[in-house]
Design a protein around this ligand. Structure first.
Ligand SMILES: Nc1nc2c(ncn2[C@@H]2O[C@H](COP(=O)(O)OP(=O)(O)OP(=O)(O)O)[C@@H](O)[C@H]2O)c(=O)[nH]1
Length: 176
């Protein structure tokens, strides 16, 4: 049995987009309806992906001071409206500046997809932005318990891919 791998994931984004809700949904399997602005919370969770255990440290950052945490290596972003959509581009640029890399394993997340009537950003737009970063894109609803586990597993896969432990789709085609 392989030893667990330790990985750190930062949840970064504007305030009230659902960073804590998604993290708590993943760690505890429950949705917290109230809004309590986060200072910073750290969670630990063990999860298995493709037969490998991962010991995750999840850093749920404060929306108001999200810029303070952009130096963390593994991150994903959330947006729920046009202005926030623009904010994530700025955050992503700053993150790359801080870590001095041209790419960081990232999942761009469009949360609150249950609020159909309030949708502003089309999924294609989110996908296009994520593609421009070489990142994955997912939509989620922390409220409806949709995809919280799936999206954290996805960021693990993105990290594994960056470490050369998972073949990308391109590489698979090249081999064939
Ligand atoms: N309808 C709906 N509401 C959500 C969803 N995710 C979070 N919320 C609500 O949005 C509000 C803000 O959620 P939080 O998880 O605290 O947001 P945050 O991004 O951690 O906010 P900060 O701590 O300020 O950075 C809360 O009232 C949540 O219940 C979702 O998927 N759907």
């Amino acid at each position: 049995m392989p030893q667990p791998k330790y990985r750190k994931i930062a949840v970064i984004g504007y305030r009230s987009v659902g960073k804590s809700s998604l993290t708590i949904q993943f760690v505890e399997g429950q949705f917290v309806d109230s809004y309590d602005p986060t200072i910073e919370n750290t969670f630990n969770k063990m999860v298995s992906v493709n037969g490998q255990d991962f010991n995750l440290q999840l850093v749920d950052t404060a929306g108001q001071v999200c810029m303070l945490y952009i130096a963390l290596h593994y991150s994903f972003y959330l947006f729920t409206s046009v202005s926030l959509f623009e904010v994530v581009q700025v955050l992503h640029d700053k993150l790359l500046d801080m870590v001095g890399k041209i790419q960081v394993p990232t999942v761009l997340v469009g949360n609150k997809k249950d609020l159909h009537m309030e949708r502003v950003i089309k999924p294609e737009e989110g996908k296009k932005l994520a593609d421009s970063w070489g990142a994955a894109f997912m939509e989620s609803s922390a409220k409806e318990n949709e995809t919280a586990v799936e999206l954290f597993k996805r960021i693990i896969l993105e990290m594994e891919r960056a470490d050369g432990n998972v073949a990308s789709e391109d590489k698979k085609c090249a081999v064939m």
